[in-house]
Design a protein around this ligand. Structure first.
Ligand SMILES: Cc1ncc(COP(=O)(O)O)c(C=O)c1O
Length: 472
């Protein structure tokens, strides 16, 4: 029987217990008892050890993915005579373990705040492998980045040129910088994920580039070494990247007359599947198309091939992470529709928009399963919702789970490695969940769960806290 409340892309699966291989990390599987294991650890054991909700990263999957992404983005350019630097976008997910793992696979770090900078440095990232970007860097952030000795600062406005120059002068260094260019490329993705349209806050417009170049040329302590573009996130096809690279190269060729340019940073933004209807990105083919375009355009413009940089985040960590929740209540809700009344089963879990904001922010879709057991019950259309005081507190807008899903079951959501923990909040005074890495039959806590003491300790009026902290 068709379900009028189901979105067009969602099809009722023959078996709601199935783990779609394209959506789950490589080491997620059901054991003989039907319970899901991540990295050889059962979900009930994870819940016993660290509680729920909890973010779980499949460690071996993350290693394989980091290796794959680095190689896919690098090889086609190296084969054509270009050097490539890959900066991991720390905004996707940040912990010492994550930094160490991506570092081991040859990534540097892209940071955009004091917090990300300090955290990456504290985790052992070499400052020479760090790039600092952001559309509104504070003076303390600029100074800290220069003092640490970061490889490049990505300039995002004309005003920032004098600020970075003054800070570099204070430290007596010449700071290498690139310019984030608003290429005007309309990436095919959600409006809030497209970052190079005309009407948004990032970058310097192409029409202002020559003026920016002149300001930098007259700045005593800056060296402009390249141009940068990040057209958006969750993009599946090469055309936007190719168009941005071509536009950047035209500007690069012109600015080379007055600046020692050598670097073209093509950003991040490579998409990942969240549901069975999302396409899989062929990253190797995409990078090959891009490398060919860079070679062809450079030849047409008569310039030497640039060095290339990328800043992937989601494609490195997103698919390796899952979130585990415990079901608290279920509710059958009758919804009137054009074709008569239909029923949607609301499944409330012990987290929500505080640990995954993406549904509320972008109407992002996700895939979920009941992880603690298998069921022979027919699939029911469910909406997995959280425990927060918002009707938009949705974790999975539409999914088919076994119709007997019940309080006490554990629900597992796929592809939550990126932009879930990093966008998490304390809404309704809920602590952010722990992040654990599961591998080889063991779990390792990378970030402990936030406690009520952590949160309430900030309230000076309660007399629980120490010195009020600095805010940069
Ligand atoms: C400037 C910049 N670079 C890189 C990234 C990483 O993008 P993704 O995680 O989609 O690869 C972002 C994400 O917002 C970004 O803003």
């Amino acid at each position: 029987m068709s379900q009028p409340l189901a979105p067009d892309w969602l099809h009722e699966p023959p078996d709601a217990n199935e783990l779609h291989p394209a959506l789950w990390p490589a080491n997620v599987a059901r054991n003989g008892a039907g319970e899901v294991e991540v990295g050889g650890v059962s979900v009930s054991q994870i819940a016993r050890q660290v509680g729920t909700p909890v973010y779980v990263v499949d460690g071996a999957d993350l290693d394989a993915r980091a290796r794959f992404v680095k190689n896919a983005l690098t090889a086609p350019f190296v084969d054509r005579g270009m050097a490539v630097t890959c900066y991991y976008a720390t905004k996707a997910l940040l912990s010492a373990d994550i930094i160490k793992r991506v570092m081991a696979h040859g990534f540097g770090a892209d940071v955009s705040t004091m917090g990300e900078l300090r955290w990456a440095l504290a985790a052992g990232m070499d400052p020479h492998h760090i790039e600092f970007l952001g559309n509104n860097k504070s003076l303390p952030e600029i100074r800290a980045a220069i003092e640490a000795g970061v490889a490049t600062i990505v300039l995002d406005s004309i005003q920032e040129i004098a600020r970075v120059n003054d800070a570099a002068k204070t430290f007596g260094v010449t700071q290498e910088v690139t310019i984030r260019v608003n290429t005007g490329v309309h990436a095919s993705t959600h409006e809030y994920l497209a970052t190079a349209r005309e009407d948004q806050k990032f970058g310097i417009a192409r029409s202002d580039l020559d003026s920016a170049g002149e300001h930098i040329a007259s700045a005593s302590h800056l060296r402009l070494i390249g141009l940068h573009s990040h057209i958006g996130s969750q993009i599946f096809v090469a055309d936007g990247f190719v168009e941005a690279a071509k536009r950047l190269l035209v500007d690069y060729a012109r600015l080379q007359a007055t600046h020692p340019l050598r670097m073209l940073n093509l950003g991040g933004g490579f998409g990942i599947p969240y549901t069975p209807s999302d396409p899989a990105v062929d990253l190797e083919a995409l990078a090959t198309e891009l490398a060919t375009a860079v070679v062809d355009t450079s030849q047409e413009l008569g310039i030497e091939l640039p060095d290339i940089a990328f800043e992937p985040g989601r494609s490195v960590v997103g698919p390796s992470g899952v979130t585990l929740y415990e079901v608290g209540t279920t509710k059958q809700v009758v919804v009137p529709s054009d074709s008569g009344d239909a029923t949607r089963l609301y499944v409330s879990v012990d987290g929500g928009m505080s640990d995954n904001l993406r549904a509320a922010l972008y109407h992002a879709d996700y895939t979920a399963v009941v992880a603690s057991r298998v069921s022979s019950e027919s699939p029911a259309l469910v909406r997995v919702v959280g425990k927060h005081c918002e009707s938009g507190d949705i974790v999975v807008d539409a999914a088919y789970l076994p119709g007997d899903v019940t309080p006490g079951d554990m629900v597992m959501v796929a592809a939550t490695g990126a932009y879930c923990h990093s966008l998490a909040s304390n809404y309704n005074v809920v602590g952010r969940p722990a992040l654990v890495i599961a591998q080889g039959g063991e779990i390792h806590t990378s970030l402990r769960a936030e406690t009520l003491e952590d949160i309430m300790g900030r309230d000076v009026g309660l007399g629980l806290s120490g010195t009020p902290g600095e805010n940069t």
